[in-house]
Design a protein around this ligand. Sequence first.
Ligand SMILES: NC(=O)c1ccc[n+]([C@@H]2O[C@H](COP(=O)([O-])OP(=O)(O)OC[C@H]3O[C@@H](n4cnc5c(N)ncnc54)[C@H](OP(=O)(O)O)[C@@H]3O)[C@@H](O)[C@H]2O)c1
Length: 253
Amino acid sequence: MSLLDRFSLAGKVAVVTGASSGLGVAFARGLAEAGADLVLGARRADRLEDTRRTVEAMGRRALCVPTDVAKPADCQALVDAAMAEFGQVDVLVNNAGIGTAVPATRETPEEFAQVIDVNLNGCYWMAQACGRVMQPGSSIVNISSILGLTTAGLPQAAYSASKAGLIGLTRDLAQQWGARKGIRVNALAPGFFASEMTETYRPGYLDAMIHRVPLARMGDPDELTTAVVFLASAAGGYVTGQTLAVDGGTTIT
Ligand SMILES: NC(=O)c1ccc[n+]([C@@H]2O[C@H](COP(=O)([O-])OP(=O)(O)OC[C@H]3O[C@@H](n4cnc5c(N)ncnc54)[C@H](OP(=O)(O)O)[C@@H]3O)[C@@H](O)[C@H]2O)c1
């Protein structure tokens, strides 16, 4: 097998959560380009259909399963639908997430719990459901954040806790499932990438943050997608339990 062939996902089935907007759409497109068929999960069914059309236009198959990852039964139903359609799940990209910024003394229990429910618990329910059916050689990529490793000037206790928790979850599943199941589990910690989430930041925030970025710019989603394909494929075959920051160097400052 040539070095570049190791990045191929031909014959593989990849699940992407949060595939209705932003980075999840880029990941679905990139995994399809690498040869995978896709199972697309998120709550907005109409937006999932847009992603399905994009994937199918690239000559790959795609299945949309409206899913709220905060509900364990929805996560199991997504994987059941994937198995019924394709008979295998080789890759899970745990990308669904919500971002909030609320001063700690004002944050309600419900606000805090919702972020943990989606960003952390949702990844676990998805990993559990996939881990039950994945065969040796499979790979899980958890989309954490640089907020799991550092701070960025906003009051984000819930978001930061969820993303740091996801890094711990990544480590533990990697050690549980490495030798026993042959499943690799890694995390990406993205820096700043344009998406519907970053559109909600107050004007000027991202410009002010760029001084923290050694490469002095926001990331292009394709620069994150290449890291997803690396970790998802045989190219990353000896990498597990790791968190890779794709952040233009932000976390070294
Ligand atoms: N953009 C960045 O700079 C950046 C940086 C670091 C980390 N991240 C992480 O990257 C991931 C993608 O974010 P994005 O920037 O692409 O934001 P986005 O455009 O807002 O996308 C978030 C996605 O998550 C889905 N989602 C939210 N709640 C869900 C739920 N309960 N069940 C299922 N799906 C749900 C949304 O779909 P529905 O609304 O249709 O459910 C949407 O597809 C997130 O985990 C985020 O924390 C982003």
